[in-house]
Design a protein around this ligand. Structure first.
Ligand SMILES: Cc1ncc(COP(=O)(O)O)c(C=O)c1O
Length: 364
């Protein structure tokens, strides 16, 4: 089976973990600080605050950026549930605007229409889905016009660039995940990027029980700290990230070249202004054939996944909030049509050729 994801971990990770265990400093410490500094340096952010996972990074980023109970936060309907859940954790209400059917990200036009109608929207949380940067020129224009707090969920987009600038550095805060299946991992882990010292100070306080100094807790906070063990793995992974992202882009190019003529599929569009990092390589399957196609891939030893089979607002846990089917038709159509196939850097040329060969033989 060619798996959909294949985390790459090896002797360097084992070595650093063993050093950290020998040091006795397994909780938060110097490795975390070093990991924060290296992420900030690589992505050209003034500050980076490491957290226990991507969800806690999102929650801390939103609180530190000033999202308050009762606020409304506009976001995309097509993402992992953590995106919308983190809005709810703040006591805010998610407002959903439809996606751009071409890149699966939040549509700037639909966002502007929502902003015109709903003056209570205080923040916009973008998601750079599948590692594809959102249309940042359009969103920066909207931010300046409407004055909302811009936030970025970069859980799937480590190192993705929009006109040469790293995602996560456009808004008041950006949140990353280092979950096991991401472009780089720490097992579980997260990171908040920000450029404003008061946002950084607030985020540090929030992730450490609201601690101001050794014995003073100035506000209600949480234990969202990263461990040295996680940071140690992250430091090793970070060194490989650029090469792994290049491999993902090359694999995606190969798949695009060899699949784009198939009429039952739609391959991902790559915009000139962006450098995506293909956390997922996601196709649309036309004519209602997705289930048959997924079954066919499995039968032929090719892993696949659906990201995501439902928009977030139609999940059972969101029923009490009263969102209705049909709210975002393009996102709902994407949820019916998308399928992700392997694109990870551990794929060999033979793997890629086999994937193409199998897909080209699919009988519609
Ligand atoms: C878009 C998105 N947002 C947030 C998260 C949450 O990250 P984590 O699983 O590290 O909490 C994930 C990853 O799972 C994600 O894909």
């Amino acid at each position: 089976m060619i798996p959909l994801v294949s985390p790459i971990l090896g002797s360097q990770e084992k070595e650093i973990i063993s050093q950290i265990i020998d040091s006795g400093m397994i909780a938060s410490g110097a490795y975390v600080t070093q990991f924060e500094n290296e992420c900030a340096g690589l992505w050209k952010s003034k500050y980076a605050v490491a957290t226990s996972n991507g969800t806690t990074a999102l929650h801390a980023a939103m609180l530190a950026a000033g999202v308050k109970p009762g606020d409304e936060v506009l976001t995309t309907p097509l993402s992992f549930i953590a995106t919308a859940n983190s809005i709810l954790y703040c006591g805010a209400r998610p407002v959903f605007a439809d996606i751009d059917p071409e890149n699966f990200n939040l549509s700037p036009e639909k966002t502007e229409a929502a902003l015109k109608k709903n003056k209570r929207i205080r923040a916009v949380l973008l998601v750079h889905l599948y590692g594809t940067p959102c249309d940042m020129d359009a969103f920066m224009y909207l931010k300046n016009k409407y004055g909302f707090i811009l936030l970025e969920d970069c859980a799937q987009a480590h190192g993705a660039l929009y006109k040469g600038k790293a995602v996560g550095t456009f808004g008041r805060a950006g949140a990353f995940s280092f979950y096991a299946t991401k472009n780089m991992t720490t097992g579980e882990g997260g990171m908040v990027l920000c450029g404003n010292p008061s946002v950084e100070k607030q985020a540090r306080c929030i992730i450490n029980h609201g601690r101001k100094d050794h014995s003073t807790f100035g506000m209600l906070g949480y234990n969202y700290r990263m461990t040295n063990l996680a940071a140690g793995i992250g430091l090793v992974q970070l060194k490989h990230l650029n090469d792994w992202n290049t491999a993902r882009r090359n694999n995606a190019k190969f798949l695009n070249c060899n699949l784009q003529d198939l009429s039952f599929l739609e391959t991902p569009a790559i915009k000139q202004s962006t450098s995506p990092v293909f956390h997922q390589y996601t196709l649309r399957v036309r004519h209602g054939k997705r289930a048959a196609f997924a079954g066919y891939l499995a039968k032929n030893g090719i892993g696949s996944g659906i990201h995501y089979p439902s928009v977030m607002y139609l999940q059972p846990s969101y029923r009490v909030l009263g969102y209705k089917k049909g709210l975002c038709p393009e996102a709902e159509r994407a949820a019916r049509e998308v399928i992700s196939i392997p694109v990870h850097p551990a794929l060999s040329t033979e793997n890629l050729e086999l994937i193409v060969r199998v897909i080209r033989k699919f009988k519609k």
